[in-house]
Design a protein around this ligand. Sequence first.
Ligand SMILES: Cc1cc2nc3c(=O)[nH]c(=O)nc-3n(C[C@H](O)[C@H](O)[C@H](O)COP(=O)(O)O)c2cc1C
Ligand SMILES: [Fe+2]
Ligand SMILES: [Fe+2]
Length: 397
Amino acid sequence: MYKLKEITDKVYYVGVNDRTKERFENLWPLPHGVSYNSYLIMDEKTVLIDTVDICYSDIFLKKVADALGGRKLDYLVVDHMEPDHAGSIRLLKEEHPDLKIVGNKIAFGMLDGYHGIKDGLHEVKDGDTLSIGSRELKFFMAPMVHWPEVMFTYDMKEKTLFSADAFGTYGTLDGGIIDSEINLQRFWGEMIRYYSNIIGKYGMPVQKVLGKLAGVEIKTICSTHGPVWREHVQQAVGLYDRLSRYEGEEGVTIIYGTMYGHTEQMADAIAFGLAENGIKNIAMHNVSNVHASYILRDVFKYKGLVVGSPTYSNQLFPPIDALLHQMELREIKNRYVGYFGSFSWAGAAVKRLAAFQEKIGWEQVGSPVEQKQGMKESIYEACIALGAEMAGKLKNN
Ligand SMILES: Cc1cc2nc3c(=O)[nH]c(=O)nc-3n(C[C@H](O)[C@H](O)[C@H](O)COP(=O)(O)O)c2cc1C
Ligand SMILES: [Fe+2]
Ligand SMILES: [Fe+2]
């Protein structure tokens, strides 16, 4: 019944869309849902690459059966054991009991731990190949992108890389599957958001696997989320290279907390100073209204960052504190940072932002601005000057 898109010669898309889940990992908002991608190779052997979230196993198994057209399933390759991809393995195995599961040692430990599956395993190591008829599959271990068992599977004939979560995006596939058949506008930003939320901490492991793939010709990338990359392979790989080196574009993320608008006025003055000095990319975020998911995306995207907070019970405004912790967790490097704050009787916010800057080791730009009670001209000018200094630093970069 199902019409299944042929991605490359005899490779079919058998993934599903999830428009029900509100938050990925119960954390990261999904305004356009998410897809769980799975691919079936119909060679002399039939090979399924990953499965889908268990909530979608029914439709998934039907798609696989339709694609197989009565043939038996010979192999399942497990590139990643996170339940959004491994969730349907036990049911798949029940339907195809003779199935051989291909994966690495760490994945097999998890396969036993999550699903109690111990038999019918074919273990592979970095660089191993598996002949499935007219083509060979080659396996590249990609540990900590973003789990320890992650590996990439490369179809040597079609030069297709099955890359697990790498190069993935949030957002369902609403008809089109391959980048060339989709308006990609919303997907690029979502690729950065996905990276910054899920993979951001693991810049080094991403660099390592990109290095391994340097001499490998890649015509198509099949990720486990979002579009299949073909027309834009270079852009996708280039973006991952830049993000994993923590290289920021010219632009500034301004993040502030505010209860009564005084700190916000400072943020506006800083933005004025930035724009007046030629900075066009300014991402302004009121931390109380914008989910951290989007703020982290912009912190990964832009080289400049300005953070402001009111003093709150001798501390930072709590959501600012939480956000700084998220940035620290991701070990974001090489940012220019400026900061500012406000208070009413005994300021603590600026002091605490300074301590954060020192701890994370980013280069401080401009003089911190601290406002007591209402806005004064000197403070307003100091905020504009902070914006101007940040702009100057970025322009000279
Ligand atoms: C719950 C709460 C706790 C606060 N704690 C402090 C404090 O410990 N020290 C201080 O100087 N001001 C404190 N303030 C005052 C704010 O820092 C001050 O009003 C600031 O201007 C608020 O900035 P905003 O207008 O951007 O919200 C507190 C305010 C609130 C509402
Ligand atoms: Fe994952
Ligand atoms: Fe995933």
